[in-house]
Design a protein around this ligand. Structure first.
Ligand SMILES: Nc1ncnc2c1ncn2[C@@H]1O[C@H](COP(=O)(O)OP(=O)(O)O)[C@@H](O)[C@H]1O
Ligand SMILES: [Mg+2]
Length: 366
């Protein structure tokens, strides 16, 4: 059990002008599950490797339980890492793979047996202990890699995209297992992924990184409902939020289209704003006239049905002058029972209280 602190931790690679991780500040509580998420190359692995001691820190500090470990070797940090590649030894059985690090650390044979047996029980690997990695499925290898970290009983787990090599269905079940296991063990965990769904479903808190810089740290709900900028708004949520740039501001309202006028937070400057509407932030309106400015008329370009859900890929009708949607379509999630065809015109009722607003630089308003 431990706290983890990144204190302005920065890593600049040799021959690189820009830091891969730029002044990362993060306080992780004892027993917390923190997910670091962001697009490829944003500095997730580098952040984790600084914590594990696998990457030198150019400036700033890393602390575990309040102790500065910045200059310590990996083995002296009591951190266990789970890699995307699993990095199992092919010539060793599952049991030997799990025991290996403990042997190196000089644990007694009896203690090693006890710990491996316990980890195998937790991970339901008991029947596989004598099997070598080549004869295991991806999911089984992933569990052995987890077991190798668990037997160490470390202060901190560091996991770098540990589910990336699993097929979609196994990823979903395994992410639930890992989250439950972490709660049971209570071990402070830093988990890295590019997958916002993993971040949202697993993390107590989520750190969104972009180009080596923290954009926002918050609970999944905070990131979804109150993103600090258009980057976070667009990254968190699937399908992505609909962003409409350059929406003119008149009389304290953002006029998206003739029939959709969104009230702005008090004090918003005249000019224009970016309006964000989540795919589920609308209902199909009845035929009665709107009147309250919450109607958006769209032309449905394509209907996508996944079985459980219906997504309408649509273009807004009558966008205000100067306004332009980002991306090719707006996407709305509608009742799957809706009878709608490509090319139809639809009146949508927008839940105005859920609409997000950003200034021209992309920072959240209000
Ligand atoms: N050993 C290295 N030498 C030089 N640049 C590196 C090295 N490792 C990573 N980088 C660069 O640092 C940035 C962050 O990399 P990384 O932390 O691996 O990103 P992520 O894990 O988010 O995909 C990228 O621009 C990457 O190209
Ligand atoms: Mg990485």
């Amino acid at each position: 059990m431990a706290t983890v602190t990144f204190d302005a931790a920065t890593r600049t690679f040799p021959q690189s002008e820009r830091p891969a991780v730029d002044s990362l500040d993060l306080e992780i509580h004892d027993g917390e599950f923190v997910v670091v998420v962001g697009p490829s190359g944003c500095g997730k692995s580098t952040s984790l490797r600084m914590l594990a001691g696998l990457e030198p820190v150019t400036s700033g500090r890393v602390l575990i339980d309040g102790v500065d470990v910045t200059g310590r070797r990996p083995r002296d940090r009591d951190v266990a890492m789970v890699f995307q590649s699993y990095a199992l030894y092919p010539s060793m059985t599952a049991g030997e793979n799990m025991a290996f690090a403990l042997k190196n650390l000089g644990f007694a044979a009896e203690e090693i047996r006890t710990r491996v047996a316990e980890a195998a029980r937790i991970l339901q690997l008991e029947d596989l202990l004598d099997r070598k990695p080549a004869k295991m499925s991806g999911g089984q290898r992933q569990r052995v890699a987890m077991g190798r970290a668990i037997v160490r009983d470390p202060k901190v787990f560091c996991m770098d995209e540990p589910l990336s090599n699993l097929d979609a269905k196994l990823r979903v079940s395994t992410r639930a297992e890992i989250a439950a296991l972490q709660k049971r063990l209570g071990t402070t965990t830093v988990y890295v992924t590019h997958d916002q769904t993993e971040a949202m479903t697993m993390g107590d808190r989520v750190v969104v990184l972009r180009d080596g810089r923290v954009q926002q740290i918050g609970t999944p709900g905070e990131l979804y409902e109150s993103p600090v900028n258009t980057f976070v708004a667009g990254f968190i949520g699937s399908p992505s939020i609909n962003l409409i740039d350059g929406v003119p501001v008149t009389d304290g309202r953002a006029v998206v289209a003739g029939s959709l006028e969104v009230p702005l937070p008090p004090g918003t400057q005249a000019g224009s704003v970016t309006v964000g509407i989540r795919p589920e932030g609308v209902d199909v309106a009845g035929t009665e006239p709107g009147g309250s400015g919450d109607r958006l008329i769209v032309r449905v370009e394509r209907v996508e049905r996944t079985g459980a859900e219906l997504f309408a890929l649509a273009a807004p009708v009558g966008l205000s002058d100067g306004a332009a949607q980002r991306g090719e379509h707006l996407v709305f999630r509608l009742d799957k029972r809706l009878d709608v065809q490509d090319g139809a015109e639809l009146a949508l009722r927008v839940h105005l209280a859920e609409v997000l607003m950003f200034d021209v630089e992309g920072a959240a308003l209000g």
